[in-house]
Design a protein. Sequence first.
Length: 272
Amino acid sequence: MAMDASLPAYFLSHGGGPWPWMKKEFGATFDALEASLKDIPRQIGTVPKAVLMISGHWEEKDFTLQANLRPPMIYDFGGFPPHTYRIQYSAPGSPELASRARDLLTGAGLTAALDTQRGYDHGTYAPMAAIYPDADVPVVQLSLRSSLDPAAHMAAGRALAPLRKEGILILGSGLSWHNLRMMGPEAKAPSQALDDWLNETLLRSPPEERLKRMMEWAKAPAARLAHPREDHFIPIMTAMGAAEGEPIARVYHEEGFFGGTTVSSFRFGKTP
């Protein structure tokens, strides 16, 4: 990759809980998702200097950057086997990147802060365990803003876009369908309807129409059924904003997730 080229940004459907550490229990459930995540290093064609991860599992009043050199683990899930509460994903943090990202956000008029105590939640370490299993790429988490305002998160992506030319891989981590009370066969029709809308919006709509549709995402078919609360959808706004107007590709699509749910992941921006 040329030095002046930009890395793409991604929105990842990150699966359920600590799934990379539960292969025995889950069997083939996450095989297709895992394969898509493992393919990201090939797609970008280089090792990034660091990953900036916007996790659907962290919200603050203002955008907040994890500025911890050695982030601890946060086991933010319940009812899983005892060994999953001893998981370690030991990637280093990057206070330097955290400060750089904060400065970009504040420079764009967005209030942003640093948190020197925050650890990695499973929205980060579950997908990262598949993408970079050796935990040898620094990772910094960026919180959602608790308002979950689409425009604010799109603006954050636009502000952070320069990082892509600096060797930073921007990942938005959530799930395109996130109604945990409706997964599997009963979600088949509504999740397919939302996924069709999302693919039409991202892959076939012109940029102005695409932006309008995403800002009004709650009007999409089954939108509020899919996301009773949109914490797992909003990371897509930041990923899209970071590569606004650039080519978009679907990099993961599964119609039988947990027995019937349709889910997708997307890449924003060109690859080498």
